[in-house]
Design a protein. Structure first.
Length: 154
């Protein structure tokens, strides 16, 4: 009695092809520019408490540090292995929304105009870049699906 090795989902040819398509998408100049800008926006969000001066506002300071680092790590993940991280691409726009509203939602924060402007602008940038990358990837996948669906059968 012979046994055949079971094929895991990781090695399935369709999964490998799909990942290769997403990785090919990530190698284009527009996604690379957007991912690079998203890394910079995340780093700014993480450093903004010291740049703007959130003195004595520890809760908002930590919120920005964690959100900024999460955006940065997500952008680096997209830039290096988009085929494996595209499934969590929706997180960047959500983090952008969080950065926008966090000055009003974080408890015990006495905000200044600079703090609010900093969070709103960096949040809007993160939202726009994250949504743009997600939209480009989705439209790229739709185009490929439509073109393969309309190919004539041999």
């Amino acid at each position: 009695m012979s046994t055949t090795p079971s094929m895991s989902m990781e090695t399935h040819p369709d999964i490998a092809e799909l990942r290769a398509r997403y990785d090919e998408f990530g190698e284009g100049p527009v996604p690379q520019l957007a991912e690079g800008l998203l890394v910079l926006a995340g780093l700014y969000a993480a450093a903004s408490p010291w740049i703007i001066g959130f003195s004595g506002q520890t809760a908002l300071m930590m919120c920005n540090v964690f959100a900024g680092l999460a955006v940065t790590l997500l952008a680096v993940g997209h830039a290096t292995t988009f085929g494996r991280t595209h499934g969590i691409g929706f997180v960047a726009p959500l983090l952008g929304i969080w950065l926008i509203v966090s000055p009003w939602l974080v408890n015990g924060v006495s905000t200044t105009t600079g703090m609010i402007w900093s969070n709103v602008v960096v949040g809007a940038v993160v939202f726009a870049l994250g949504a743009g990358i997600l939209g480009l990837a989705m439209s790229r996948g739709d185009t490929r699906r439509r073109s393969s669906a309309t190919r004539p059968m041999p």
